[in-house]
Design a protein around this ligand. Structure first.
Ligand code: TA6
Length: 301
């Protein structure tokens, strides 16, 4: 059962700074409290659900309607999408966004450097992953909780044949009012519009959300800034080894259709996802390793 805290994991705790506790649905989580930050990361999906620099407000959106159980993804925070993004091209029955966000990972380490705390969790190939995907792999999600949130997705091809994968850090950012928010940094970048039969279009200026928005920005390593005049903050996302950025807001109708998202919660969230999706899937030879990084910073606005 996913719920119980493994006794052996207690050895990773850092008294007063990193505790392993039973979270929502009885799922184990690591709770971080340091002079610089508070944060949370569940073993379920190696899912960061909270990051709040001291003196500031919560940066991540988390749905009050989220499910907290094996086989379901948490709605909000940072879901890890792997080894495919969205639907699986050759198998409509396969779970959306892959299979690692809906299952328990294992705790690898918790380390403190100064006031920043880094939590590492991993998952590996086994008989159940091979039902969907033949490759042998080891995937680590490393989250550094500090005055900035540093996320690293490290994949190792532990097999003897090449593999190709997609990935995303599907981050839900909390905003005061989506209609007042602005996303900068993707001007003149081409994107696939998933609300318009994946037509390829070109971004002109900043992104303003005025309807359902579901776009995959292509071949871009640009930093992105989320301007929020209601919460008086600017969120800056920088990334490495990621060639696509996904921007998503379900708007009202889609939000109503999602059982694990409150009908009005679409006004308080926007996903900005550092990723390698579609034609930008990554090839990895046997024994090779690939690391995708994203760093989230908050500045006053
Ligand atoms: O990242 C955007 C997206 O792919 C959208 O198409 C939308 O489906 C969203 O992810 C949420 O997906 P989920 O499977 O978590 O409901």
């Amino acid at each position: 059962m996913e719920g119980a805290i493994a006794k052996s994991d207690r050895r990773f705790e850092i008294p007063g700074t990193a505790q392993i506790e039973e979270g929502n649905g009885g799922l184990p989580k690591v709770r971080i409290t340091s002079p610089e930050v508070v944060g949370e990361m569940y073993l379920h999906g190696a899912h960061v659900t909270s990051w709040k620099p001291v003196g500031g407000e919560e940066v991540l959106f988390l749905s009050a309607q989220s499910r907290w159980e094996d086989g379901h993804a948490i709605r909000g925070g940072v879901p890890v999408c792997f080894p495919w993004f969205g639907g699986k091209a050759d198998d409509p029955k396969a779970p959306a966004h892959g299979f690692v966000r809906t299952k328990a990972w294992q705790l690898e380490s918790i380390a403190q450097v100064g006031d920043a705390v880094t939590v590492s969790m991993f998952t590996e190939s086994n008989a159940s992953t091979k039902r969907w995907w033949p490759a042998d792999f080891r995937l680590v999600h490393r989250a550094r909780f500090g005055s900035e949130l540093g996320l690293e997705l490290v994949l190792t091809n532990t097999g003897t044949t090449p593999l190709r994968f997609e990935e995303a850090l599907h981050t839900y950012h909390r905003v005061g009012d989506i209609q007042k928010a602005r996303v900068q940094g993707l001007d003149a970048v081409r994107y696939l519009d998933k609300t318009d039969s994946n037509q390829e279009k070109k971004q002109r200026g900043e992104i303003v959300i005025v309807s359902e928005t579901d776009r995959v920005y292509l071949n871009t390593q640009h930093a992105v800034e989320l301007e929020d005049p209601i919460l008086h903050r600017r969120i800056r996302v920088t990334k490495e080894n990621s060639l696509t950025t996904v921007v998503w807001n379900p708007w009202a109708q889609k939000a109503k259709a999602l059982a694990d998202l409150g009908d009005d919660e679409w006004t308080q969230m926007i996903c900005i996802e550092s990723s390698n999706a579609g034609d930008f899937a990554v090839d990895l030879a046997p024994g090779e390793q690939h690391t995708m990084k994203a760093i989230v910073r908050v500045a006053d606005f």
